[in-house]
Design a protein around this ligand. Structure first.
Ligand code: M6R
Length: 365
């Protein structure tokens, strides 16, 4: 039931504060990740993990890409991320003590399951699943599962599944990091940031009207570019995926530092450039990338921390977002991009919940 909402996608975007909270529940105290957060068997599995191999598709793959930044930064464990359809058809070298981590909303994605079955035969240390559907194949076949509490996701374009996957992945990262000597104060700092997420996501939802206004600039465009740096690069990828899935506008995402290595050639007044700019140590570099775009007549749409110092001027539309912890920023900065693509699709009159050619769960390869 869509209730008061026009589409399932919009309803699911608005559910995020609640379902992020539900995904935290029973896993964190005010200041720490609970010992039992991942179940009793987890403790052994997390000991001596030397490498994490993440496998997923689509939006779940983007969640894995964000997690790689977290796992390497907080747990100090090397992490690889690959789409399932590539991983399963190539020869791979298995590093010792690798934890195999599959991320899937449905738990039924054919390629992800095939990769998991292969990995089990090949002798990975253990298979961890992050999943939203109880009783799904992924849940049944993994050694250890962290359920996201997003509830049923009906819209083909994944929204709340992504932000709850990220929430679960961050809690997992902290549990793993504890085995690798993350200082208690650091854990507390991040757990406190996790607790602020539902409120911060609600603050972003309050910008809905402004974002709807902004979306008008995309209606008659055929192409767009999304830029981000660091853990915001996967957020840019996810923003671009949302726009292409439901509005059918060609959207490409690039790490902002790659601009000069090619995509800058595409930039002109017909190419809107969307950028996510939380206030982290890369923001100054990002700002000079934005200048490069503006100098070529590109129109910029920047979602920026109010402290990041990105000023609106001719050709730069700035939407100010709450100040957030750099670690949790990918979760908060995803939300305005979901709303942006939603409103563009509504303006274009596409079938938002059932985009052409796509199925909710890809159970055949
Ligand atoms: O159920 P899964 O998370 O395994 O699905 C993976 C992708 O098929 C899925 O995320 C797809 O990319 C969505 N349509 C994205 O919005």
């Amino acid at each position: 039931d869509k209730g008061e909402y026009r589409h399932f996608m919009l309803k699911e975007i608005y559910e995020q504060p609640r379902v992020i909270k539900a995904t935290m529940e029973g896993r964190v105290t005010k200041t720490r990740v609970l010992e039992q957060a991942l179940g009793t068997e987890a403790e052994n599995l997390l000991d001596n993990v030397r490498h994490v191999q993440i496998i997923a598709c689509g939006t779940s793959y983007h969640a894995g890409m964000v997690a790689r930044y977290w796992i390497e930064e907080l747990a100090g464990v090397p992490c690889s991320v690959e789409v399932a359809s590539e991983f399963r058809y190539r020869k791979h070298v298995i590093q010792q003590d690798t934890l195999f981590l599959c991320i899937s909303q449905s738990g039924e994605t054919a390629d992800t399951l095939a990769a998991l079955r292969q990995a089990k035969k090949a002798g990975f240390r253990a298979a961890l699943g992050i999943c939203n559907v109880p009783g799904s194949s992924l849940v049944r076949e993994s050694d250890l599962v962290i359920m996201t509490q997003a509830g049923p996701e009906i819209g083909v374009a994944s929204t709340k599944a992504f932000t709850t996957q990220l929430t679960a992945l961050l809690i997992f990262t902290l549990a793993l990091a504890r085995h690798n000597g993350l200082p208690e104060e650091k854990e507390t700092e991040i757990v406190e940031a996790i607790h602020r997420l539902p409120g911060q996501v609600s603050d972003v939802l309050a910008l809905d009207g402004e974002i709807a206004e902004m979306s008008k600039a995309f209606m008659d465009k055929n192409h767009s570019l999304f830029l981000g740096r660091g853990s915001q690069f996967p957020v840019a990828l996810e923003g671009a995926l949302k726009l292409k899935e439901i509005s059918y506008i060609h959207a490409e995402a690039y790490p902002a530092g790659e601009l000069k290595h090619g995509p800058l050639a595409l930039v002109d007044s017909e190419m809107p450039v969307v950028t996510v700019a939380p206030n982290n140590d890369l923001v100054e570099k990002l700002k000079s990338n934005l200048e490069e775009v503006r100098a070529r007549g590109g129109e910029l749409f920047v979602f920026a921390d109010k402290l990041a110092g990105v000023k609106p001027e001719e050709g730069i539309h700035v939407m100010q977002l709450p100040s957030v912890h750099p670690i949790t920023a990918p979760i908060v900065y995803t939300v305005p991009l979901q709303l942006l693509s939603y409103h563009v699709a509504v303006l274009k009159g596409t079938d938002v919940d059932q985009p052409r050619n796509l199925a909710k769960s890809v159970t055949v390869e």
